[in-house]
Structures are given as structure tokens and as C-alpha cells.
Design a protein around this ligand. Structure first.
Ligand code: NAP
Length: 330
């Protein structure tokens, strides 16, 4: 059969572009189906100060452009469309896009990332990047000696609130119920921190401010069921209400996803000791899904770090595993 690519990378964020760079320099002539709009979460970020190699910081869209330009130098090819389905038949992956195009490949790396969940308030979206953030690791540094709030009751909310106390003078966790879903140890760490206050049964109804966050309108449901409104004066709002990995197009592929939609790889299955899933994985390869030849890297398989730098590292590692996989097949 002709026109079978050696490798197709799905996704054009840091993980995908790093994988493509390595694949192109390994003479695998990669095709990147980068999605539309391309570039992932970095394109929605302003200053990136924690990506190594840029001592003065760099804008997210500029960083992604540099990644992409570097792959073009080695003739990586791009298709700016979203993938609709991935199916493997007789050792060939068939990838279709929204417009109906079909591509074939011997191996695939899925690097489609994840999107942070937002509350969906107009005022929240207006102030994104101006005090409203979904990444404490990225933006906490900008809130030295300021008061901030974190929304959520899971491990991320606990972790981010605790992390933010390094900078902020006070951190208020706002949770919609009267108990957290976070693990006990993470909860305790937050509850024991003198800089953290908790507001249970509370929902953010509006972010106050024109060009910067000045406060939050919060609705509190009291024990008797009555609701009261309160204004919390904060200069920053961090959402930690979960992420949605972009893996919907893998439904027909047979790739195993966890309950939130993150792709299981051999690394995760080994680390989390998923004994029930282990027989389906080949631990000879890292970053490998349960479908031989289908690899995954970056936020679509990583709920923990969610950083451009870690995504780049995973993308490179996954590509090196693909090289090994292809050479063993040939
Ligand atoms: P999560 O466990 O799904 O928790 C999301 C939290 O946000 C929940 O408390 C939920 O409230 C709340 N929430 C969701 N939608 C909301 C909305 N529209 N308005 C207000 N609140 C909303 O997500 P996560 O904390 O990001 O964690 C994801 C996974 O990563 C979990 O498996 C977690 O254990 C893991 N993780 C582990 C670590 C670690 O071990 N170091 C660190 C971070 C994350 P309800 O509780 O009412 O549903």
C-alpha cells in the first residue's frame, strides 16, 4: 500500500511540535495534524516566564511559533484540521479529519492536550490573563503579597491554594459544597495552612473589575438553605475545577481512557499500579497506549504537571519510543 506515513503526530502544541522536531530530524518525514485553531493552550497565554531558555520571558503565542518554525526547518508537514476518528486495521492507522480527509500511518503520537474548565461567566472570560487564571504554577508569581481566591474542592484546588501561599498574603478556597473531594492528606495540608481560608457552600457569581480583578461576588448557601451574597476583595482568581482532555476522537480506536478521558499509557498504568489494565499494555515501550503503535504525550495523558516544559519532554520521549517501535517492526 502506498501513501502510508511512518508517523503522524496529532496535535500542534508543545508535545506535538517537540515530537515532530525529533521525528523530522530522525528522517521520519512526520505529518502533523495540528488541529484548528492550532497551538493549544499556549496560544491563550500571555507571559511565559517558566520555560527554560528565555530569561526575559516570552509570550505564549511567540513560543509556539518558535517551536513550529523549528520543525519547518526540517521540513515537517502540517495539516490544519481537527481529527475526527482514529482506527487501526491490519497494522495501519486510518485517521480521518472533520473535512473528510483520510491519512494512513504506521505509528501515531496523540498530543491533543486538555482544556481547563471555566465557570462560564462573562466577567471571568473578560478578565482571563488580567487576574483570572487556570494555572497557579504559571501565574502565581504575579500575586506577591496580594489576596487571591481558588475555586474548587479537588486535589488541584488544594495543591494550587497551598502553592499560592508562597506568594499571596491570603488565599481563600471557594467550594460549592460543604466537603472537599480532595484526598485527606492534601485537604489537611491546606486546612493547616494559616494563610488559607475556606468558604464552603459558595459559588462565584461575578468577577468584579474592568481591566484587573478587584473582587468577587459570591453567593453563599446557609445551613437553613437561605442564600446571601458577599463581596470578597481579591486581586486574583484561580480556577481549579478540572480539565477536559481532548480525546473524544479516539472513541473507535480502542485506546483505553480513564474516567475523565485521559489516555492511559504504559507509564501511568505502571505508576498507578493498575493491575487490571496491565495485561493490555506492552511495557517494552514507554508512553505507549494499549494499541501497539499508538503513543501519547502531554496534557492529554498527564493530569498532574500540565506544563509546556513537561509536555515537550514527553513529546520527545514518545517520539524516541516510536523510533524504537518502527525499527523493531521493520
Ligand atoms: P477534580 O478532582 O475533578 O475536582 C474538581 C473540583 O472542582 C471538584 O471539587 C468540583 O466540585 C469542583 N467543580 C467542578 N466544576 C465546578 C463548577 N462549575 N463550579 C464550581 N466548582 C466546580 O479535578 P482536579 O482537582 O483538577 O483533579 C483531577 C485529577 O487529578 C484527580 O484525579 C486528582 O486526584 C488528580 N490530582 C492529583 C494531584 C496529586 O496527587 N498531587 C494533584 C492534582 C490533581 P464537586 O466536588 O462539588 O464536584
Amino acid at each position: 500500500m502506498d501513501n502510508i506515513e511512518k508517523i503522524i503526530v496529532i496535535g500542534g502544541g508543545p508535545a506535538g511540535l517537540a515530537a515532530a522536531l525529533y521525528a523530522s530530524r530522525a528522517m521520519l518525514n512526520p505529518l502533523v495534524v495540528e488541529g484548528f485553531p492550532a497551538g493549544g493552550q499556549l496560544t491563550l497565554t500571555s507571559d511565559v516566564e517558566n520555560y527554560p531558555g528565555f530569561p526575559d520571558g516570552i509570550l505564549g503565542p511567540d513560543l509556539i511559533k518558535k517551536f513550529r518554525d523549528q520543525t519547518l526547518r526540517f521540513n515537517t508537514r502540517f495539516v490544519s484540521e481537527n481529527v475526527k476518528t482514529v482506527v487501526k486495521k491490519e497494522n495501519v492507522f486510518y485517521i480521518t479529519t472533520d473535512s473528510g480527509k483520510e491519512f494512513k500511518a504506521r505509528s501515531v503520537i496523540v498530543t491533543t492536550g486538555a482544556d481547563a474548565k471555566w465557570l462560564g461567566l462573562e466577567s471571568e472570560q473578560k478578565l482571563r490573563g488580567k487576574g483570572v487564571s487556570a494555572c497557579a504554577t504559571c501565574d502565581g508569581f504575579f500575586f506577591k503579597d496580594k489576596e487571591v481566591a481558588v475555586v474548587g474542592g479537588g486535589d488541584s484546588a488544594m495543591e494550587e491554594a497551598t502553592f499560592l501561599t508562597k506568594f499571596a498574603s491570603k488565599v481563600t478556597i471557594i467550594h460549592r459544597r460543604n466537603e472537599f473531594r480532595a484526598s485527606k492528606i492534601m485537604q489537611q495540608r491546606a486546612l493547616d495552612n494559616p494563610k488559607i481560608e475556606i468558604m464552603y457552600n459558595s459559588e462565584v457569581k461575578e468577577v468584579i473589575g474592568e481591566n484587573a480583578v478587584e473582587g468577587l461576588k459570591i453567593e453563599i448557601t446557609n445551613a437553613d438553605g437561605n442564600k446571601e451574597e458577599k463581596v470578597l476583595n481579591v486581586q486574583g482568581l484561580f480556577l481549579a475545577i478540572g480539565h477536559i482532555p481532548t480525546t473524544y476522537f479516539l472513541k473507535e480506536s480502542g485506546a483505553l481512557l480513564d474516567e475523565k478521558g485521559y489516555l492511559y499509557t504504559s507509564d501511568i498504568v505502571a505508576l498507578e499500579q493498575k493491575t487490571d489494565l496491565q495485561p493490555q499494555f506492552n511495557f517494552e515501550f514507554r508512553y505507549a497506549t494499549n494499541i501497539p503503535g499508538l503513543f501519547a504525550a502531554g496534557d492529554c495523558t498527564d493530569y498532574q504537571y500540565k506544563q509546556a516544559g513537561t509536555a515537550v519532554g514527553m513529546g520527545i520521549a514518545a517520539e524516541l519510543e516510536v523510533e524504537r517501535y518502527l525499527s523493531e517492526k521493520e
